[in-house]
Design a protein around this ligand. Structure first.
Ligand code: NHX
Ligand code: ZN
Length: 663
């Protein structure tokens, strides 16, 4: 099975080489066809004749030089003595036949041996009518097949063989230490490791070892990493394949691959078979009304049959990953198949901090870097996003000629990922700049004066991305699981603070509050329609969840209300927002002197944070750095194992702080 032991490098080399091979193949067909043409030509042409005019032929005839004549409908061929380099030589000749009734008589007179011949063009005709077009069709067909098949290497007759990237990493270098921020999932998977390590313990009690574990979670949360870590912890081979590798043009091919994969896995037991993107082949059968998906259904059936058929006591455990469990076929989830579901949620603030810590190992990170602040700033980021942010920060620090990754670069990397690149060069008038500054200071000041809102982290009037002219960042200190009615109302006031400032200072409002108004509207609607926070409309959920067009294109969401209620909802939403706007303006009018001095300073420095910000907002209303400044653990060590990490265990630079990986 050495051909399965390709590692990634090998397979990438193969795919890099394949366009060349494809080209060679078509060239080969072309050469073959040309050769056939040539042979056919030679066959029909036969011996070469000396072409003669009819009159010259008659001349030779009168001179008694002609020895033999063959008459066909169109030609007269034969042999005659002709001059060649001074001597007479018997030469084959050919002349085009001319209507000449006396010819036969003349030949008889000279008693020349002559015969008639029905000159048939069938070979030529056959060639041009059948062989050539067929050849061209075959050529085209094989070309198309290869394109559809996605650049296979096996030629036409071998599509049943598994060409999917199956590979064995006899020992994945990853273990649970490299997985951070998803502790519950790890806890559940420790069981699986136990099954793989000590199957006898479970078999002795007659317990059935689970066959399939499905990892459910949004992209980038580390599902693949988890599966690899399970293999690494149990020290068993890891077969990895993507569900989309099974999806093929031809019915039966995917199914054959499934069988192939399972038979391979069984010879390597104990092992883990990991099917990424299970939804690509596990979509509920008959889910799409406008197409029959015979191929996919057959592949899925093959998977179900194989999962029923194999003996898990041998120690083959199938792990699969999906981010859309709801579209999977019910049959996949039945006992004896993927009966274990492990949810891999996006990490919370503590998880994000732990993930950041893992990714900082082996990188030179400055002491000042506060990973807690970065974790707080990145709600919704998954492991992959955080890894990317750290890499961005490293690149940025290197470009700035720094020796270590600094906090500035970390923050900048997160900003880039969230709102796009800084665009300091964006041209604007001083008046616009001032308006932006007032807008942002309005947000910050309203936020500072409302005690139960998130602390303010930074105010900036540097344009970013395509549509952001300035921003105010709030830093939630911890994940908020519950939010009170008053807290939402205060958030709305803060979001309206920008426009309120514009109105107070200029007596005029601008389109810039567009994105603020979007979030304000969303918050107010949620209060009324989802959380039952409006007295007039009561504790009723008016919005239907889980029936968005994406979930089910044939059933649009019908929310639970009539026309009168719709009007009442709109009115109520409007009322909440109006009241909050009045509040926000009140707050700003009371502190208009602070608003003005803060704006003047912001215009000068463009970014206000830390002590400069505390000057205007008060120390307890801005992000508290001191609490986390002293990192409990030093962030150093070796690189985390991962998809992108080459095995560089032998690198002498890393030997000093390698984490040990037993097991
Ligand atoms: C624009 N962007 O796209 C400009 C560049 C008020 C100081 N026209 O609230 O950046 O105005 O607190 C069509 C029409 C986005 C599309 C108007 C897309 C408005 C962000 C909003 C700061 N910070 N607003 C903020 C901001 C803008 C926007 C639009 C649009 C500004 C504000 C965007
Ligand atoms: Zn704003």
């Amino acid at each position: 099975m050495s051909d399965q032991q390709n590692n990634r490098d090998d397979s990438s080399k193969k795919s890099a080489g394949s366009p060349q091979r494809k080209f060679n193949f078509s060239l080969w067909y072309l050469v073959a066809v040309l050769l056939a043409l040539f042979i056919a030509q030679a066959y029909m042409g036969g011996t070469s004749y000396q072409k003669l005019s009819y009159s010259r032929f008659k001349e030779l005839l009168t001179e008694d030089q002609v020895k033999r004549v063959i008459i066909t409908q169109e030609h007269i061929r034969g042999e005659a003595m002709m001059d060649s380099a001074g001597t007479k030589v018997l030469t084959s000749f050919e002349a085009v036949r001319v209507d000449d009734p006396d010819l036969v008589k003349q030949l008889e007179e000279k008693s020349i041996n002559f015969e008639g011949k029905f000159e048939s063009d069938w070979l030529k005709g056959f060639f041009f009518a059948w062989v050539l077009p067929l050849g061209i069709i075959i050529l085209l067909w094989s070309f198309l097949i290869r394109r559809m098949g996605g650049g296979g290497t096996g030629g036409l007759m071998s599509f049943g063989k598994s060409r999917a990237k199956v590979y064995v990493e006899s020992a994945t270098k990853i273990n649970f230490k490299d997985v951070a921020g998803i502790d519950e999932a790890v806890e559940e998977l420790k069981e699986v490791v136990d099954y793989l390590k000590h199957p006898a313990k479970f078999r002795a009690l007659g317990a059935q070892i689970p066959k399939g574990v499905i990892l459910v979670g949004p992209p980038g949360t580390g599902k693949t990493l988890l599966a690899k870590a399970v293999a690494g912890e149990a020290n068993v081979p890891f077969f990895s394949i993507s569900g989309s590798d099974f999806v093929e043009m031809f019915v039966g091919v995917g199914a054959a691959r499934v069988r192939d994969l399972f038979s391979q896995a069984q010879t390597k037991a104990p092992c883990i078979v990991f099917i990424d993107e299970l939804d690509a082949l596990g979509k509920a059968r008959g889910a799409s009304p406008w197409a029959s998906h015979d191929e996919r259904e057959q592949t899925l059936n093959a998977l179900l049959v194989e999962m029923d058929g194999f003996e898990s006591s041998k120690g083959v455990i199938i792990m699969a990953a999906t981010n859309r469990p709801e579209i999977l076929d019910m049959a996949l989830m039945r006992p004896g198949r993927f009966d274990r579901q492990v949810v891999v949620d996006p990490p919370n603030i503590d998880g994000r901090e732990a993930i950041l810590r893992v990714h900082c190992r082996g990188k030179k990170v400055a002491k000042e870097v506060n990973l807690r602040v970065i974790a707080a700033r990145t709600p919704g980021f998954a492991g992959a996003d955080l890894a990317n942010a750290i890499n961005e920060a490293a690149l940025l620090s290197a470009r700035r000629g720094k020796k270590e990754i600094g906090m500035r670069e970390m923050e900048e990397a997160v900003d880039r990922e969230m709102t796009g690149m800084e665009r300091r060069s964006r041209v604007m008038t001083p008046e616009t700049k001032e308006k932006i500054a007032y807008h942002e200071c309005g947000h910050a000041l309203v936020g500072a004066k409302l005690p139960d809102t998130d602390p303010i982290h930074r105010v900036s009037i540097i344009p970013r991305g395509t549509a952001t002219l300035g921003h105010t960042l709030y830093l939630p200190t911890e994940e908020q699981l519950l939010i009170t009615k008053q807290q939402i109302i205060d958030k709305i006031k803060v979001a309206l603070g920008g426009r309120a400032a514009e109105e107070i200072i200029y007596g005029e409002i601008s389109s810039g509050a567009y994105s603020d108004l979007q979030s304000v509207t969303a918050m107010a609607r949620a209060m009324v329609m989802d959380y039952g926070m409006s007295e007039n409309l009561g504790q009723v959920v008016y919005r239907r969840r889980g029936h968005t067009p994406r979930d089910n294109p044939f059933q649009m969401a019908d929310d639970y209300y009539g026309e009168k209620t719709a009007e009442a909802i709109d009115q109520e939403v409007r009322g909440i927002i109006d009241a909050c706007y009045v509040e926000a303006k009140d707050i700003l009018t009371q502190h208009v002197d602070v608003l003005k001095s803060m704006t003047a300073e912001l215009l000068k420095v463009e970014i206000l944070e830390g002590d400069a910000l505390a000057e205007y907002l008060g120390k307890d209303r801005i992000t508290d750095y001191s609490q986390h400044l002293a990192d409990p653990e030093p962030i150093e060590g070796t690189e985390p194992g991962g998809d992108d990490t080459p095995a560089d265990d032998e690198n002498p630079d890393d030997l000093g702080h390698k984490i040990d990986r037993e097991g």
